[in-house]
Design a protein around this ligand. Structure first.
Ligand SMILES: Nc1nc2c(ncn2[C@@H]2O[C@H](COP(=O)(O)OP(=O)(O)OP(=O)(O)O)[C@@H](O)[C@H]2O)c(=O)[nH]1
Ligand SMILES: [Mg+2]
Length: 691
């Protein structure tokens, strides 16, 4: 492998006008969108700093985000900063909208992981850090809301180190002062490389101040730790430390740059994003250390040879502009009107919050929306060779929650299906499915909020009002005893009549056998051509047995019968079969079958006992638990559970795992269900059928 240090040299220098992309990610409500607002203000992209709380920020401009004061989709904005172009991808923190987060991380050069100064909550960073580290994405950790920090930064740092496999390097120490109410407040910071002290202001760049004497001991200790960590990757620095030589600042900066770019260390910065504190420091670190597009393309194993190559990471459907494929250009230039790989590039648009600005061309490094390239979707690249699947693009998480949907107005059904296709294309962690067994349209996704936002979009963007219900469980029924039945269908109406006579034997079969029809007719007592009609009649009946569910695991043998040369017909034999079944089946001790799923619940190890209790409390049968492969400090618990108990289980799993737990399911078997629960289900099924 090539030395990562030399690789970071390719691509350009700060101030060369290159275009880099940074994702602002982190747990729910950690302050990403507020930080974006301050970045836009600090770089002069906007003249007034709005706030997410007041609904005046550039990010979260969609109706769904504003309504809930939370991120529900990627926010994109580009700025000029000291001679370079930057695009920030501010992603939603909620685990339910994680799909957008990972899509953004796939195409950025570096990530800023924004977190709150709360050691108890660092576990919420784990899924994100896992993705980032697995993909060797250079990242800075930004400890935000430092204004309200009640813990010491060093305690926060050790909590963070426990969930990070990369060495964390603290780059600043806070300057604290006793507040009027006796608590400590953070009023500024010392930069550990330059050893300069700054005082935060309520807005604007911090003031350079003289180093407060009381911070010095902490500053020297933190600086030594920083240098020791950097020296683990640089022998020159290590020798200087051993020989007690004060290293040149340029060497420290170079180490920070190289070790960050090769994802060996993760620098930690402090600030308060909603009041611009620490924002300029963060921007400068990004400016010096963020890899250029060529380096990222290389990390992603994409060519950067000057020939046009774009990768779509997100689709948006707009009522006026149609389909927009949001792309990162990895190589070459795309221009309006150009044809690439058989696709005509129409309008090119550069997003800025909700605004889309037309541009004539987009160069390597940029984020741009291609209008109406209908064939191009998230996770695909477009190049001279055409459209292809991207290697290593994050796959959507399997669904953990579902709702049954119905258009309020029956005439909207076609419109609903069209809108669902678009919504799923915008967010592949949503899916829908027409489930024949229960006659339902299911919308599936990552949680209740995720689906509510989708339902809101159906109404506001596509004008389709839907009703939502909890999905029904696909129960079945079977029989526990056999029976023989004689049935005759006979009608005399005017001309020739209807006649069919059959004898059948019904027998239970083992679980998983389905339905078996046996023909034991001898001597043509039921003519050959009518036998398929008998089978049809049986199958028809079995769609809904005595308990109101589809019937499975039984065998029906036709062993005798009679016919009439004029009056018998396929229709009459089909009727006779139905009559035989409706008379015999209630005598065969019908019993309900419920679907049992194999469930694998995942969560941080400290929540494992609670997850086990949760499973047992939901009629689950624990099969065991193990460490989660590839996840330090996480477990997976496996169990067999009734489908009915899983419907809303994600809500409880999240509540005992600080929101980060999840589960996977697969169908295992059908199991007999008797007693009060079974009676209630039969009762409800009858009511539903009558309604
Ligand atoms: N005290 C303090 N509050 C902050 C700071 N930054 C953000 N907040 C508050 O934290 C809340 C969440 O801020 P957002 O910027 O919307 O957080 P977010 O991370 O974008 O949230 P999601 O996208 O929903 O995950 C808001 O009430 C902000 O006012 C900060 O530096 N200090
Ligand atoms: Mg946000």
């Amino acid at each position: 492998m090539a030395d990562p240090r030399t690789e970071t040299i390719i691509g350009g220098r700060p101030g060369s006008g290159a275009h880099r992309v940074v994702a602002l990610c982190g747990p729910y409500l950690s302050g990403k969108t507020s930080l974006l607002e301050s970045i836009l203000f600090a770089t002069g992209a906007i003249g007034r700093r709005g706030s997410t709380r007041a609904g005046t920020s550039i990010g979260d401009g969609s109706a769904e985000a504003r309504k809930r004061s939370m991120g529900t989709e990627i926010n994109i904005a580009s700025v000029d900063y000291l001679g370079d172009q930057w695009t920030f991808l501010d992603v939603p923190g909620s685990i339910e909208f994680q799909n957008d987060s990972f899509a953004a991380l796939a195409v950025c050069d570096a990530a800023v992981v924004v977190c709150e100064p709360s050691p108890d909550r660092v576990v919420t960073l784990a899924p994100l850090l896992k993705y980032i580290e697995d993909h060797h994405l250079p990242h800075i950790i930004f400890i935000n809301k430092i204004d309200s920090a009640e813990v010491r930064v060093r305690d926060m740092l050790s909590a963070l180190q426990a969930v990070s496999t990369r060495k964390l390097v603290l780059r600043q120490v806070p300057i604290r002062r006793a507040a009027a109410d006796g608590s400590d407040e953070t009023v500024g910071y010392v930069d550990l490389v330059s050893e300069r002290a700054y005082r935060y202001k309520s807005s604007g760049a911090s003031d350079l101040i003289e180093m407060p004497a009381e911070v010095l001991p902490r500053e020297s200790e933190a600086r030594r730790e920083m240098l020791e960590t950097l020296s683990e990757f640089d022998d020159t620095l290590l020798e200087q430390l051993i020989e007690d030589v004060a290293p040149e600042k340029s060497l420290i900066y170079r180490d920070l740059h190289d070790e960050f770019g090769s994802d060996q260390i993760a620098p930690v910065l402090l600030g308060a994003g909603d009041r611009e504190n620490g924002v300029r420091r963060l921007l400068k670190a990004l400016r010096h250390d963020t890899p250029f597009v060529e380096v990222t393309a290389k990390r992603r194993e994409l060519p950067s040879n000057g020939v046009a190559l774009a990768e779509c990471f997100k689709v948006l459907h707009q009522s006026h502009a149609g389909k927009l494929s949001l792309c990162r250009i990895w190589s070459g230039t795309l221009s309006e009107g150009q044809s690439v790989g058989g696709q005509r590039i129409g309008t090119l648009l550069r997003p800025f919050g909700q605004r889309l600005d037309k541009v004539a061309e987009a160069k390597a490094g940029e984020i741009v929306a291609l209008a109406k390239v209908d064939a191009l979707s998230a996770g695909q690249t477009l190049s001279a060779g055409g459209i292809a699947a991207s290697a290593d693009f994050p796959a959507a998480d399997p669904p953990v929650f579902a709702l049954s949907l119905a258009a309020k107005n029956r005439n909207d059904e076609v419109k609903l299906s069209g809108a669902l296709h678009k919504i799923v294309e915008e967010d592949p962690s949503l899916s829908f499915e027409a489930r024949g067994e229960t006659h339902e349209l299911l919308l599936k996704g990552q949680g209740e909020m995720h689906l509510k936002v989708a339902v809101d979009k159906l109404a506001s963007r596509y004008n389709v009002a839907v009703e939502t219900m909890a999905p029904r469980v696909a129960y079945r029924e079977t029989i526990q005893a056999g029976a023989q039945q004689h049935a005759r269908y006979k009608r005399q109406t005017g001309g020739h009549g209807q006649f069919a006579d059959i004898k059948v034997e019904i027998k239970p079969l083992p679980r998983g056998s389905g339905f078996r029809f046996v023909d034991k007719v001898v001597g043509g007592v039921v003519p050959r051509n009518f036998i398929p009609a008998v089978e049809d009649g049986l199958v028809d009946y079995l769609k809904e047995g005595p308990l109101g569910q589809p019937v499975v695991d039984l065998e029906v043998t036709l062993f005798d019968g009679q016919y009439h040369s004029v009056d018998s017909s396929e229709m009459s034999f089909k009727m006779a079969a139905r009559i035989a079944m409706s008379e015999a089946m209630p005598k065969c001790k019908p019993v309900l079958l419920e679907p049992i799923l194999k469930v694998t619940v995942i969560g941080p190890s400290e929540s494992t006992p609670r997850l086990q209790r949760l499973i047992s409390g939901r009629r689950g049968q624990l099969l065991g638990f193990d460490t989660r492969p590839g996840w330090n400090g996480w477990d997976e618990v496996s169990a067999l559970m009734p489908e009915a108990e899983i419907a809303d289980m994600i809500v409880e799993i999240r509540s005992v795992t600080q929101g980060v737990g999840s589960f996977r399911i697969e169908f295992d078997h059908l199991q007999e269900l008797v007693g009060r629960t079974a009676d209630r289900i039969v009762e409800e099924t009858k009511k539903h059928a009558a309604a």
